[in-house]
Design a protein around this ligand. Structure first.
Ligand code: PHE
Length: 456
């Protein structure tokens, strides 16, 4: 610890914490519903392509930038190229963190609310599966409850972030994520045995139809790849700044990307067969999709009350390890650059995020205005989800890949990567994807969208 900066306690500690940031509502809530909205299998295929072509190289780049500079995103750009416009990429990342947290915290609040619903038996013996949509609608339509849950979740996040890195975050992820995975597998098994409709669901999810290709789908798939991996806003720069020089960055990046992608794919496997077995139309679920589908699977499982409760508890924790990483970016910035104390930084950023998030909390049934905002004609939460969870991350990812590929440069970055990994075997491939593939994919996606005018 020659730098005096806190470090992760161990290699598994770091990989688990980074995986904790990556694995969250993005995999279990966002992936299935965005896939459903975008026609299923083709979206999934494009998403997987982006995960490996853009996500993996970018993951390695962000971790490397962080470990080299030992800084938050703003400070990282500042310390390699002082006072150049690159620092605005860092600033954008910090703002994006607040933007994402403001709606993510709302969904996280829902998961906490669903713990209560599960434990009080509201999901068992529901006569008609369509009831689950009604239960969900009544729940998100209640302004007081959603805002309170959202506020409590932000408070909890502030609390963990105030505790510091090693003590606060690492502890949570170690045991709990494997249990979440086990329950997911159980859901998959039940979902696959629901009978009629399962085959249709699997085909919707796994059998791509290339005629469905739309510009919007490509953009959503790119946004989802970055969102799910916590890339494009400097989360992994910040987390990388806490990794010790002994660690192998390449294998860390590969593990985080594979864990995260596996969980998303498994979540889809739980959702889609059930969705069709219940006779629902995939395009109509929206942000509520998994809150309707998953409880209805639990209703069909012996011991559903226990598993359902366990699942929503674990999902809340998975969300917490992600919200912590979203808040940590701004907090690390305020500590490093503005010399604020960790506590003040966490509390003030949390308070701002809470205020920014109120319209999102109200947008799912509590307020007509925020349910359909002028000009965009979508609800406020979906707007924030698109603006920050897709556009801002894609924008950020574009500049980070250019920065590491061309400005800071492959050879300098490789020197940092070589520390802790004797042999950097994929250097050529990494350099190619980072310098050419990632920026070109991103630019062509944007052009495609501009030409077709298909933004959301
Ligand atoms: N990757 C997290 C998830 O999938 C969300 C997230 C996005 C976290 C960006 C940090 C930064 O739930």
């Amino acid at each position: 610890m020659e730098s005096g900066r806190e470090e992760w306690r161990s290699k598994t500690g770091f990989v688990l914490a980074a995986a904790g940031s990556a694995i969250g509502l993005g995999n279990i809530w966002r992936f299935p519903y965005v896939a459903a909205d975008n026609g299923g299998a083709l979206f999934v295929l494009i998403y997987l392509g982006f995960v490996f072509l853009i996500g993996l190289p970018l993951m390695l780049s962000e971790l490397t930038l962080g470990r080299k500079t030992l800084k938050n995103p703003f400070g990282a750009f500042q310390s390699i190229t002082p006072n150049t416009p690159w620092r605005f990429v860092g600033i954008l990342g910090i703002l994006t963190g607040v933007g994402i947290l403001s709606f993510y915290g709302v969904i996280a609040g829902w998961t906490v609310g669903y713990i209560y619903k599960a434990i009080t038996g509201q999901f068992t013996n529901v006569s008609d599966p369509s009831q689950f949509a009604v239960i969900f609608g009544n729940f998100t339509g209640n302004p007081l409850v959603t805002i309170l849950l959202f506020g409590s979740f932000i408070t909890l996040t502030v609390f963990v972030v105030t505790g510091g890195i090693a003590k606060g975050i690492e502890r949570w992820t170690r045991v709990l994520m494997p249990i979440l995975f086990v329950i997911l597998i159980l859901l998959v098994i039940r979902s696959l045995t629901l009978g009629e409709g399962v085959g249709k669901g699997l085909s919707f999810y796994l059998n791509p139809n290339f005629a469905d290709l739309k510009a919007g789908t490509v953009m959503q798939a790119l946004g989802q790849a970055l969102f799910s991996l916590s890339l494009g806003m400097g989360t992994m720069i910040t987390y990388g700044s806490y990794i010790s020089k002994k660690e192998n960055l390449v294998s860390s990046a590969v593990s985080v990307v594979s864990f995260d992608t596996m969980i998303a794919l498994v979540a889809g496997l739980a959702v889609f067969p059930a969705l069709f077995a219940l006779g629902m139309d995939p395009g109509t679920g929206g942000p509520g999709l998994v809150f309707v589908i998953l409880p209805s699977i639990f209703d069909q499982i012996p011991g559903g009350l226990v598993f359902g409760t366990g699942f929503f508890i674990l999902l809340s924790i998975a969300a917490l390890t992600s919200t912590v990483s979203l808040l940590e970016v701004a907090v690390a910035y305020l500590i490093d650059e503005k010399k604020m104390s960790r506590k003040i930084a966490a509390i003030s950023t949390g308070a701002i995020t809470f205020i920014v998030g109120i319209p999102s909390a109200l947008s799912q049934g509590a307020s007509d205005f925020f349910g359909n905002i002028p000009f965009f004609h979508i609800d406020f939460l979906s707007f924030m989800n698109n603006a920050f969870g897709n556009f801002a991350l894609i924008f950020g990812g574009f500049f980070i890949s250019l920065y590491v590929g061309w400005r800071w440069g492959i050879s300098k970055a490789s020197e940092e990567i070589a520390i802790g990994s004797e042999r950097f075997g994929y250097r050529k491939m990494w350099s190619f994807t980072l310098r050419f593939m990632a920026p070109l994919c991103i630019v062509s996606t944007f052009l495609y969208i501009l030409i077709t005018g298909n933004f959301f």
